[in-house]
Design a protein around this ligand. Structure first.
Ligand code: ADP
Ligand code: MG
Length: 339
């Protein structure tokens, strides 16, 4: 049974960066304004993430790493909404099957923090057959999640990973994208033992300022902005809105940079990507590519963020119409500024 769980967990958690993505989303769901990440060996040895969010109640700790444990049920009225927001209660459970997981957490009302370690979906055993209860400890409001020895029990998965520096750059990439999408949250990422962070963003910034800071001045000089939503005359279709920051004709990169958030989750849609890239046909010279940040908010019931845990690719209702409207808006802004 534990082997099956482990294999299933490996489908959710592919590499340090995918574990990190889940953890960052949890921090943001918890209302954090500060997220600090510490990494050793590209996250394979250690991946630690500290937030200042709402914390986890002591009473919830024993079941925290059980599959389908999610505190996010009450906020949503029906199950389809939960699963489409990515709230499946699978992240911590999965991690506990493929790594050593430790949680230190404190809510505002608790007088001290609590520490708990997990293994295979349960509180870890101190001695065979004896699980360890959460222990009181010192700590600030918020949660610190520590993942150690990722894939220690999955040698093939471990050997499929790239070098520590490659895994680390994937971690930085995920954090950078979430920092751009959450300019009011401060993100810090550093290697264990190093004093200087490799990523440090201030809170109370704005998305364009965050883009400038993280991707450089040359991008931000050329940024355009567009907002679009479904109009009332779209009839009975679901309401949606999109906000985009994208480069103009002066910005020409060798590769497309495309950041897509749907309902505040970083996702991929090759269809959307291709369509938006197409908008630049005839605007950019051949072999040149834009930077595009797009945040789409859509009825959660109409988007399938998790078609399959191994795929980040999303599908949503009225996709064609929505993609077309967004492309139109971008094209209009692009051409208006060029004439
Ligand atoms: P999900 O996010 O789908 O609910 P997870 O496995 O990612 O499932 O997390 C399980 C639960 O653990 C969450 O629903 C939440 O209650 C709690 N949790 C996890 N991380 C944090 C955090 N950083 N701050 C507060 N609560 C958290
Ligand atoms: Mg989660």
């Amino acid at each position: 049974e534990s082997l099956i769980n482990r294999i299933a967990a490996g489908e959710v958690i592919h590499r340090p960066a995918s574990a990190l993505k889940e953890l960052v989303e949890n921090c943001l769901d918890a209302g954090s304004t500060s997220i600090r990440v510490t990494v050793k060996d590209g996250g394979m040895k250690l991946l630690q993430i500290q937030d200042n969010g709402c914390g986890i109640r002591r009473a919830d700790l024993p079941i925290l790493a059980e599959r389908f444990t999610t505190s996010k049920l009450s906020t949503f009225s029906d199950l389809s909404r939960i699963s489409t927001y990515g709230f499946r209660g699978e992240a911590l459970a999965s991690i506990s099957h493929v790594a050593h997981l430790t949680v230190v957490t404190k809510t505002k009302t608790e007088t001290c923090a609590w520490k708990a370690s997990y293994s295979d979906g349960k509180l870890a055993e101190t001695h065979p057959g004896q699980t360890s209860d959460p222990k009181p400890c010192a700590g600030n409001d918020g949660t610190t999640i520590t993942i150690e020895d990722l894939f220690y029990n999955m040698p093939t998965r471990l050997s499929a990973l790239r070098s520590a520096s490659e895994e680390y750059s994937r971690i930085l990439d995920v954090l950078t994208k979430y920092a751009i999408h959450n300019p009011n949250v401060s993100f810090v990422c550093k290697k264990a033992g190093s004093a200087a962070p490799d990523l440090s963003t201030p809170s109370s910034s704005s998305t364009p300022r965050a883009i400038r800071m993280l991707y450089g001045h040359s991008i931000s000089k050329e940024l355009l902005h567009s907002e679009v939503s479904n109009s009332d005359d779209d009839g009975g279709s679901e309401s949606w809105s999109a906000e985009a920051h994208f480069t103009n004709a002066n910005y020409q990169a060798k590769r497309i940079m495309f950041l897509l958030f749907i309902n505040h989750r970083l996702v991929e849609s090759s269809r959307m990507k291709r369509a938006l890239e197409g908008v630049y046909n005839g605007i950019l010279p051949k072999g040149s590519f834009p930077f595009i940040y797009l945040s789409l908010t859509i009825d959660p019931r109409s988007v399938d963020v998790n078609v399959h845990p191994t795929k980040k690719e999303v599908y949503f209702l009225n996709e064609e119409a929505i993609v077309e409207r967004i492309c139109d808006a971008l094209l209009q802004t692009l051409t208006a500024k060029n004439h």
